[in-house]
Design a protein around this ligand. Structure first.
Ligand SMILES: Nc1nc2c(c(=O)[nH]1)N[C@H]1C(S)=C(S)[C@@H](COP(=O)(O)O)O[C@H]1N2
Ligand SMILES: [Mo]
Length: 253
């Protein structure tokens, strides 16, 4: 259907661009030059569509047999914040995830409430920019579910993930655009390899944004902020490492 609509749109503009009057569709459909125009448009559309839709494509998913026996922990493995340690010690029972910023209904959700929402499980490969990869199984709530529940407000363009950990007092954070935010494989994971998400891997919630490199997958997420700009967070480049050492903000793989 999408293909059909796009083709009609493109044919329409090509016809208009060529200065042809689209009066009798039947007559046009029979003309040989129109058929040529149509097949040319079709090829063009396929190419254009591939370009446009590549951001929506799914990351490869693997079988259970392909899961890595060891999945390395990287970056911070235990936030220094004493409040985090208290939450971890009591199983995150009083912990809340905030969803706020440019939303109609700010949310504060317990881990129990988040785990009660419909979950998605996916076995994917994590690629770290430092040169290692691992295949793991992730279970969590699609970010789309939370964003739909909160309702985006006008001007919403980015989703910023605020984390509980820091490097030398500077908090870790990351951000993505709305294409990735609503991607079906973008989840806030609370489970890993059929067990609760371990602290070292970002408990109680960590982002999985499967079309991008490892550093985008914010661990220890405490707040999901919807924003119109990245300029007002950290040094304004959209993430801890982007601010520090010029890692790409869009780290597509
Ligand atoms: N909050 C937070 N998120 C983070 C990091 C971090 O140090 N702090 N490190 C990033 C990097 S570079 C990678 S490769 C992955 C590592 O995730 P893992 O520990 O589950 O392997 O988390 C990413 N997310
Ligand atoms: Mo990484």
């Amino acid at each position: 259907m999408k293909h059909h609509v796009t083709r009609r749109g493109l044919v329409g503009s090509l016809v208009a661009g060529a200065g042809l009057a689209v009066s009798g569709c039947d007559r046009l459909g029979q003309s040989e030059s129109f058929q040529n125009l149509l097949s040319g448009a079709e090829t063009l559309t396929m190419r254009a569509q591939r370009l446009i839709s590549s951001r929506d494509a799914l990351a490869r998913e693997f079988s259970a047999a392909e899961m890595s026996p060891v999945f390395r922990m990287n970056g911070n493995t235990m936030p220094a914040d004493p409040a985090y340690a208290r939450h971890a010690a009591n199983g995150f029972a009083d912990w809340r995830l905030k969803v706020d910023g440019l939303v109609q209904r700010p949310l504060a959700l317990s881990l129990g409430a988040i785990r009660a929402l419909p979950a998605r499980t996916q076995i994917t490969r994590h690629d770290c920019v430092e040169g290692w990869s691992a295949i793991g199984k992730w279970t969590g709530v699609p970010l789309k579910t939370l964003l739909d529940a909160a309702g985006l407000r006008d001007g919403a363009r980015y989703v910023i993930f605020h984390c509980a950990d820091d490097f030398g007092g500077t908090r870790y954070y990351e951000s993505i655009d709305l294409i990735d935010a609503f991607h079906p494989q973008t989840i806030l994971a609370w489970g890993m390899n059929d067990a609760p998400l371990p602290v070292g891997h970002g408990a109680p919630l960590r982002l999985r944004v499967e079309r991008q490199l490892g550093y985008k997958h914010a661990k220890f997420v405490t707040r999901v902020e919807v924003a119109s700009t990245l300029a007002n967070t950290g040094a304004g480049k959209g993430g801890y490492w982007e601010d520090r050492i010029d890692y790409e903000w869009y780290a597509g793989i």
